[in-house]
Design a protein around this ligand. Structure first.
Ligand SMILES: NC(=O)c1ccc[n+]([C@@H]2O[C@H](COP(=O)([O-])OP(=O)(O)OC[C@H]3O[C@@H](n4cnc5c(N)ncnc54)[C@H](OP(=O)(O)O)[C@@H]3O)[C@@H](O)[C@H]2O)c1
Length: 355
């Protein structure tokens, strides 16, 4: 059995990790931390766990660090800035670390410090960290001690663009014009469980708004994904605009591009189907069908539709996922499976919940 710890078990990605790992046949959750609920049983905070787990929250003190070092894997379901303070001691002890926050996503220190407004605690370790998107980085993840789990929006954007950038690189000719517009929507659980006025019921229900219009922290991650991860041979200018929609879970990103004359000759539906035919969690919808967020709720699946209009030279890619699962905790478990040489789908192969 893999001995796992979750740091930050009272948040939304934390409870999602507890839900997924409790049902995982190869994992035992041996430590769960919370500063605010230390000493409390997790099923008192989350009655959904009654009969599933009797684990009690521990404080994240020095003694806990010693216990964390005895685990095989530690998930950080905490705000940015927490994992980077513990990662060095843990990886030196041979513990695998999966950070759901942004501490190990951006390779550029300057970008990290600009967008997250704090110095990085372990820049040397950043160089060994692997970006945890299995559909692109599977081999590196398998050998990694430290994984930066992707942000939720970047997961939809990078996987939505992958087949296009790959083919463009392969043909060494521009298939889309340089401008890419990503219009993305997230349910309110994307902002976490802590109380905030903007997220209270009367403010967020029956309401719909754009936010971070001047620039969102996930933009540099998407740019890094296109330029480095997908190794694009072309320069792309990306406009990313997130919105908050009045639903609890779910994320939908519409990615708009203009096709070049050469790009219009391509059958993009076929390209996407070929590109993802072996991926267990990526579903390319049949032509003319468009996914809704409900079709992926509480699952690790990500569904993609492609719409091509050659008369207008337009290509639109629509991507949906559950922000808490493929966008966070499910992807983290998928990464753990890859890191421990398990079947990548183990503990994750269940149908979404409808309605
Ligand atoms: N929500 C999403 O859809 C989503 C998707 C992708 C990635 N993420 C990322 O995943 C991380 C967790 O997100 P979330 O939505 O689960 O947040 P959340 O609901 O606000 O939970 C945060 C957790 O971290 C703990 N925590 C807060 N400050 C801490 C500190 N300084 N030291 C140790 N523990 C601390 C909190 O527990 P105590 O206060 O009790 O200690 C809580 O359990 C964030 O970095 C977020 O950006 C979230």
């Amino acid at each position: 059995m893999i001995s796992a710890a979750i740091v930050g078990g009272t948040g939304y990605t934390g409870i999602e990790l507890i839900r997924l790992l409790s049902a995982h046949p190869e994992v035992s959750i041996d430590l769960l931390t919370s500063r605010s609920e230390a000493g409390t049983r997790a099923d008192e905070i989350f009655p959904s766990l009654r009969g599933i787990s009797d684990i009690v929250f521990s404080d994240l003190g020095d003694e806990t660090l010693a216990t964390l070092q005895q685990c095989n894997v530690v998930f950080f379901a905490t705000p940015h800035g927490v994992a980077m303070k513990q990662a060095e001691a843990l990886t030196q002890a041979g513990v695998r670390v999966i950070d759901l926050a942004a501490d190990f996503r951006l390779q550029s220190l300057a970008e990290f410090e600009h967008w997250y407004q704090q110095p990085h605690a372990c820049p040397e370790l950043l160089k060994t960290a692997v970006y945890g998107l299995p559909e692109i980085n599977r081999d590196k993840i398998a050998n990694a001690l430290l994984v930066g789990n992707p942000g939720c929006y970047p997961t939809t954007a990078i996987l939505g663009l992958k087949p296009i950038i790959d083919l463009q690189n392969q043909q060494a000719v521009a298939l889309i014009e340089s401008r890419i517009v990503i219009d993305a929507k997230s349910g309110v659980s994307g902002a976490g469980r802590q109380a905030s006025l903007a997220l209270n019921y009367a403010e967020s229900t029956d309401n719909f708004k754009a936010y971070s219009v001047e620039g969102h922290r996930h933009l540099p991650e998407i740019e890094q994904g296109v330029a480095q991860l997908l190794d694009s041979q072309f320069n792309h200018r990306i406009r990313f605009l997130p919105h908050l929609v009045p639903m609890i879970r779910g994320m939908l990103s519409s990615i708009h591009m203009e096709l070049t004359d050469t790009g219009a000759l391509i059958d993009w539906q076929h390209v996407f189907e070929q590109s993802y035919q072996s991926e267990p969690f990526i579903d390319v919808m049949p032509k003319g069908l468009y996914p809704d967020t409900r079709s992926v709720r509480a699952s690790n699946r990500l569904r993609i539709a492609v719409y091509q209009d050659n008369e207008r030279a337009e290509l639109t890619v629509i991507v949906v996922q559950d922000n808490l699962v493929k966008g966070a905790a499910g992807q983290a478990v998928q990464n753990m499976n890859v890191m421990f040489g398990l079947d990548e789908s183990l503990g994750l192969n269940f149908a979404p919940i409808v309605p």
